[in-house]
Write a protein that binds this ligand. Structure first.
Ligand code: MEV
Length: 318
């Protein structure tokens, strides 16, 4: 008998608009990226063995949560987790882990591949990592492509094709360095502030920026509106206290060149703030800027598939 091997994957993500404010019921726009986390499950000897460089504590916690929620004893398995998603960069690596591990175990136990249920379990796991998550990260990792997320509701967005469709902005993704704070720490930092009127106002304004962002994506190509929205968004996130000095400096320099940049996840205060979503009408100008300043440029493509069965699919396929 051939030994059973289950392989699944889930993608990383970026937030185009709405990080942090989404925790307080405002809308967010998220898209998956072409970097994935892979989970392989096969029979093992002895107790469960997880091989991962990722986040072993989270993987352990996820297993115990899944075990409880699907009411199955998970034992004698060898689980290998391999990820292309850089951690602490706001790219949703923990959500991809929660989703892929849950999806993989569903397949292992022959449970119906019910993405809504998988997403719900991944959300419970995310609570460990984020404290009080919105559910946006696990939802995009599960359902993929591009979504608007608000208060647990998921609406798919069509990804416009570039260059045929002039609406899709030609973003560039520059690295401001890894955050040393966890997403949970950044989320709880914001929650310690939102009882004050000023911060509640910022959250509301972030929500309005997201709504305008949605209109801009749906409207004819309007680079100036996009630049304005991205830089307003970044300023509001800075006012919220989730952006470190390095990322602020990069954002100001890009603005001075006529473009805009914003963080695209939880951010980070003391050191790096993760990947910056950058836009300029002349991408080459931004690429020159990145090279001159020694900033890593991530080649990301938006709109990858969500949770995916990988049996028979080569690992580098996105
Ligand atoms: C983190 O990727 C996004 C946050 O808005 C947290 C959340 O939505 O759970 C900062």
């Amino acid at each position: 008998m051939v030994n059973k091997v289950i392989k699944v994957s889930a993608p990383g993500k970026i937030i185009l608009s709405g990080e942090h404010s989404v925790v307080y019921g405002q809308p967010a726009i998220l898209a998956t990226i072409n970097k994935r986390l892979y989970v392989e499950i096969k029979k093992g000897t002895g107790p469960i063995k997880i091989i991962t460089d990722e986040n072993p504590e989270l993987a352990d916690y996820a297993l115990s949560k899944i075990q409880k929620m699907i009411n199955r004893k998970i034992n004698h398995l060898k689980i290998t987790i391999i990820s292309e998603i850089p951690i602490n960069h706001g790219l949703g690596s923990s959500a991809a882990l929660a989703v892929a591990l849950t999806g993989g175990l569903f397949r292992w136990f022959g449970k119906k591949w019910n993405k809504n249920l998988i997403n719900q379990i991944a959300f419970e796991i995310e609570k460990k990592q984020h404290g009080n998550p919105s559910g946006a990260d696990n939802s995009i990792a599960t359902f993929g492509k591009m979504i608007i997320f608000q208060k647990g509701k998921i609406k798919s967005l069509r990804i416009p094709k570039f260059p045929k469709h002039p609406k899709l902005p030609n973003f560039i993704y520059l690295d401001s360095g890894p955050a040393i704070e966890s997403t949970g720490e950044m989320v709880s930092h914001v929650s310690s502030l939102v009882s004050r009127v000023t911060y509640r106002k910022i959250i509301k304004e972030l929500g309005q920026t997201t709504l305008r962002f949605i209109q801009t994506l749906n409207a004819p190509n309007s680079p100036n509106a996009l630049i304005l929205l991205l830089s307003q968004n970044q300023r509001l996130l800075e006012d919220l206290g989730v952006v470190g000095q390095k990322a602020k400096k990069i954002a100001r320099e890009i603005e001075n060149l006529g473009g805009a940049a914003k963080i695209c996840g939880a951010g980070g205060l003391k050191k790096g703030s993760g990947i910056l979503l950058c836009y300029h009408q002349s991408p080459q100008g931004l690429l020159n800027f990145a090279q001159k300043n020694n900033l890593k440029n991530y080649q990301l493509k938006l709109g990858a598939e969500g949770l995916r069965n990988e049996n028979g699919v080569p690992q580098n396929q996105t």
